[in-house]
Write a protein that binds this ligand. Structure first.
Ligand SMILES: NC(=O)c1ccc[n+]([C@@H]2O[C@H](COP(=O)([O-])OP(=O)(O)OC[C@H]3O[C@@H](n4cnc5c(N)ncnc54)[C@H](OP(=O)(O)O)[C@@H]3O)[C@@H](O)[C@H]2O)c1
Length: 240
C-alpha cells in the first residue's frame, strides 16, 4: 500500500526557484524528487525524503527515469512542478536556430515529456496537481526587454495549463501556472538588478520564497484549476 506522505516532483531543482521549491515542499512534509542536469545526491544526503535524479529535462529518457524512480521510491506522485526553464532575451531577428532549439527543448519538450508521464501515474491514482512556472513577459511584453522566444514558449505553457485543466478536471487532476515577474535568482547577474527591478511596478525583484508561497497556495486550494497566478509585483496589471 502506498504511504500517506505526499510526493512532489520538482524540475530545475538545483538552484534558484527550484531549490526553494524543494525546501518549501519538504517543509510541508512532502517527499521530493528533485531533478536537473547538475544536481547531485550528495547535496541532499542529510534528507532521506529527497530523491535526486540528474538529467536533461528535454530528453524523454530523463522523464522516464524520474517518474520510474519516484514510483519505486515513494509509490506515488501527487504534484509536478515544471520549473526547469531557460530565458534568452534578444531582438527577434537576432535569435539563432540554436537559441530556438534550446528554448523549445527545455521550456516545451521539458514540459511535454515529464507532464505526460506524470499525468499517466496521476490518472491511475485518480488525483494530482501540475504547476507550470511560466513568465510574466509572455503576457506583458516590454519594449525594453525583447524576448519573443520566452513569449512563444512560456505563452505556450500558459495555454496548455488551461487546456489540460479542462481536459482533466473531471478526473481529479488540477493544472495551474505561476507567472513570475523578475525573481532574484542566479538567472540574473548582479549588475542587471537595478534595471530588472524597474520592470515591476513595485520597483523591486521578487524573492524565490514568494514563488514558493504561490505554489503552496495552489497546492492547498483544491477548487483552483486552470489558474495563471501572477506573482510579478503588478507587472501584469497594466502600464505604469
Ligand atoms: N528568475 C526570474 O526572473 C524568472 C522570471 C520568470 C520566469 N522564471 C522561470 O522560473 C523558472 C526557474 O527560474 P530560475 O530563475 O530559478 O532559473 P535558474 O536559476 O537559471 O535555474 C534554472 C534551473 O533549471 C535547470 N535547467 C536548465 N536547463 C535544464 C535542462 N536542459 N535540463 C534540466 N534542468 C535544466 C537548471 O539546472 P541545471 O543547470 O543543473 O540543469 C536550474 O536548476 C524557469 O522556468 C524560468 O523561466 C524565472
Amino acid at each position: 500500500m502506498a504511504s500517506e506522505q505526499k510526493v512532489a516532483v520538482i524540475t530545475g531543482a538545483s538552484q534558484g526557484i527550484g531549490a526553494s521549491l524543494v525546501k518549501g515542499f519538504r517543509e510541508i512534509g512532502y517527499g521530493v524528487v528533485a531533478t536537473s542536469r547538475s544536481i547531485r545526491a550528495s547535496e541532499f544526503a542529510s534528507d532521506a525524503e529527497i530523491l535526486v535524479i540528474d538529467g536533461d529535462i528535454a530528453a524523454a529518457s530523463t522523464a522516464d527515469r524520474v517518474v520510474s524512480a519516484a514510483i519505486e521510491r515513494f509509490g506515488r506522485i501527487d504534484t509536478l512542478v515544471n520549473n526547469a526553464g531557460v530565458f534568452i532575451p534578444k531582438p527577434f531577428i537576432d535569435y539563432s536556430e540554436a537559441d530556438f532549439m534550446r528554448m523549445t527543448a527545455v521550456n516545451l519538450a521539458g514540459f511535454f515529456h515529464i507532464a505526460q508521464k506524470t499525468l499517466s501515474s496521476m490518472l491511475w491514482a485518480g488525483s494530482g496537481h501540475i504547476v507550470n512556472i511560466t513568465a510574466a513577459i509572455a503576457e506583458q511584453p516590454m519594449a525594453s526587454l525583447p524576448a519573443g522566444l520566452a513569449a512563444l514558449t512560456k505563452g505556450g505553457l500558459n495555454a496548455v495549463t488551461r487546456s489540460l485543466a479542462i481536459e482533466y478536471a473531471g478526473r481529479g487532476i488540477r493544472v495551474n501556472a505561476i507567472s513570475p515577474g523578475v525573481i532574484m535568482t542566479p538567472m540574473h547577474s548582479p549588475e542587471t538588478r537595478e534595471f530588472l527591478s524597474g520592470l515591476q511596478p513595485m520597483g523591486r525583484m521578487g524573492e524565490t520564497q514568494e514563488i514558493v508561497n504561490a505554489a503552496l497556495y495552489l497546492e492547498r486550494t483544491a477548487f483552483v484549476t486552470g489558474e495563471i497566478l501572477h506573482v510579478d509585483g503588478g507587472a501584469s496589471a497594466g502600464r505604469w
